[in-house]
Structure formats: C-alpha cells, structure tokens
Design a binder for this molecule. Structure first.
Ligand code: DP6
Length: 323
C-alpha cells in the first residue's frame, strides 16, 4: 500500500494538442507553475482478493466508464511491475470549491506515484513524470514543484518534465478566480484534438509556443514577473484562439470570464501589474507580484465575492510514502 500527494499546476505556456493520443505525446513543449493550494492525495493498494479495480474519488466510487483512465494507468503499472492483482484507488482532492479546479494534473501525478510504489517499483522522478503523462498530459509536470517544463520529446522515453526552478526564489503569486458554470464543458482531451485537426492556425501555434518557451525561460532567469505574466497572457489568448477557430468552433469563456479579464486590464491601466491566464474552463488565474495582492483583491471584490478568490503560492513536487 502506498500514498502520494501531488499538487496541481497551471500552464504559463500551454499544452494544447497531441501528436500521439495513445502515448499522450504533445505537439509542443509547455511550462507551468505548480500551486501550493490545490492538491490530490491518493492511496493505492494492490490486493489479490479483488475481482476488479476499484476507484473511489472524494468518497464516491466511480463507474467503469469514469474509471477508465485510472485503470489504464494501473494496467501500465501492472505491466511494468509484473504484478497481476487488481487495485483499490482512493483519492481526495483539496479544492476549495467545486468550481472546475479539480485538475487531472494533480490526480494523475498522485496516481502514478502511489500506484508505482504500491506495486513495488521505485521509479525515478523522470520515469514518474512519464508514467503520469500516460494518464493526463498536464500531470507530466505535477511531479515537480515550482516552475516546470514538459519537454515534448519524440517518443515515450524522451517526453517528460524537468524542473526549471523547483524552489521559486522570487515573489510570483497566482490568484484563482472561481467562476461558476452550469454548461457542460468540452473536455480538454476532445477540445485540443479538434483544434489540432481543424484549426487553420494550428501550425502557427507551434511556432508561437517555440518562441514563448525561449522567452519565458529567459524571463524566469531574470525573475521578471511582468515579462512572465505578459508571455503567459498572450500565450493563453492564442491557445483560446484555437478553440474559436476549430470546426465547430467553441469557447471556454463565459460572460464572467470577460468581466474578470477586463478588471485585470483596468488594474494594469491603473499601474498594478497583473496578468491573466485561462484553461479548459471559465475560471481565470491571475499572475502578479505578491506585494500587489491586496490591491488586486480590493478591486476584484467589488465585482465578485471574496470567497471566490483563492490565492496560491508556488507549490512543491510530489511526495510518496509507504503506508
Ligand atoms: C488547457 O492535461 O487535461 O490545461 O492530456 O488529454 O488529459 P489530456 O489533457 P489535459 O490538458 C490540459 C490543457 C490545459 C493546458 C495545460 O495544462 O498545459
């Protein structure tokens, strides 16, 4: 039996498209910030008495269809370890509200750590990153803390994450603005595939990301939060242009998303440097220097309730222990 705790991450240069859907190899590299505030703790036990894999998330047993991606990772672990037994997976997400931040990144990173250890494997962090990738692309990066690069590679062996700055030594902070949505969203898995196959801008996106990766690593080196924020914001908008330009086109933005984006722009026009990014849902994440936190909360709390603003520091890498 083993338990792992992994934190979620938010991409500053996004992953949006696969070159291999089975191995989850990305079209481009990407770069993210691991967050302290949001994490998943997962316990795995391989047990000869079980007659099927059991997956329990936040005290609810998943049906076969919902558990499919988890079972896929367990199958890979069984293959690697030569073990036959079925597994019991029990997972808890630490997310302040049910508002779409329950990320597959922390979930599949924790699963990779707990399942491989429970099966008696002792994988390097690189191999853990590769295993997490088989569950969900963004999980590749959640093995490490701080600022992390997922190097796209060309095959299963060389597509993994590396730490860029595990202990972030400058005052970058991220605020999640939790926006409610009732609409069923397009999953990132199917959304990104639709962009790859139908957006006429997809080739240009590859070039955008290649340039952004160089620029953001230079900005990180210089601890330049404004440059990091600016690159992240432009990159997010260009990623979301791939959803609008797909066929059929779609968007993750809703009216409130745009309201928050405008508030961030107003803050910036007023001299507070802050920048926004969004993923496969309506929530907005704001990037800024810690010293500006109160000014940003002050401005946003005029348009959205304070309990929907969640501040997070950079977070740590995965922790795994045997129970
Ligand atoms: C917008 O990692 O959820 O958050 O690999 O199909 O499981 P799959 O997709 P997923 O996609 C994440 C997309 C994103 C950008 C990012 O995290 O880089």
């Amino acid at each position: 039996m083993a338990t792992a705790k992994a934190h979620t991450n938010i991409a500053l240069v996004k992953y949006w498209g696969k070159s291999d859907q089975e191995l989850i190899l990305p079209q481009t590299s990407s770069l993210s910030l691991t967050l302290d505030e949001f994490f998943t703790t997962t316990k795995v036990n391989f047990d000869d008495q079980l007659t099927s894999d059991q997956v329990i998330v936040d005290n609810q047993q998943l049906d076969e269809k919902s558990a499919r991606k988890v079972v896929h990772v367990l199958d890979i672990v069984r293959q690697l370890s030569g073990r036959q037994a079925f597994g019991r997976v029990e997972s808890h997400n630490n997310v302040p509200m049910a508002a779409g931040l329950a990320s597959s990144a922390s979930a599949f990173a924790a699963l990779a750590g707990a399942a491989s250890t429970a099966a008696g494997l002792s994988l390097s962090r690189r191999d853990l990153s590769r295993l997490a990738r088989r569950g969900s692309g963004s999980a590749t990066r959640s093995i490490y803390g701080g600022l992390v690069e997922w190097q796209k590679g060309t095959n299963d062996k060389d597509s993994y994450a590396i730490p860029v700055m595990e202990k972030v030594d400058f005052p970058i902070e991220m605020m999640a603005v939790l926006i409610n949505t009732k609409k069923k969203k397009v999953s990132s898995r199917s959304g990104m595939q639709l962009s790859v196959t139908t957006s006429p801008y997809y080739d240009v996106w590859r070039q955008v990301v290649a340039a952004d990766m160089v620029a953001i690593k230079k900005a990180i080196d210089q601890r330049d939060i404004n440059a990091i924020g600016h690159i992240a914001e432009e990159n997010a908008l260009r990623m979301h242009a791939l959803t609008l330009s797909a066929d059929p086109g779609y968007t993750y933005f809703n009216a409130e998303t745009l309201t928050i984006i405008n508030a961030v722009k107003d803050l910036r026009a007023g001299g507070i440097n802050c920048y926004y990014t969004m993923d496969a849902g309506p929530n907005v994440k704001i990037i800024y220097d810690r010293k500006d936190r109160q000014a940003i909360i002050g401005a946003l709390s005029k348009i959205i309730s304070c309990d929907r603003l969640v501040v997070s520091q950079p977070g740590p890498g995965i922790k795994i222990w045997n129970d």
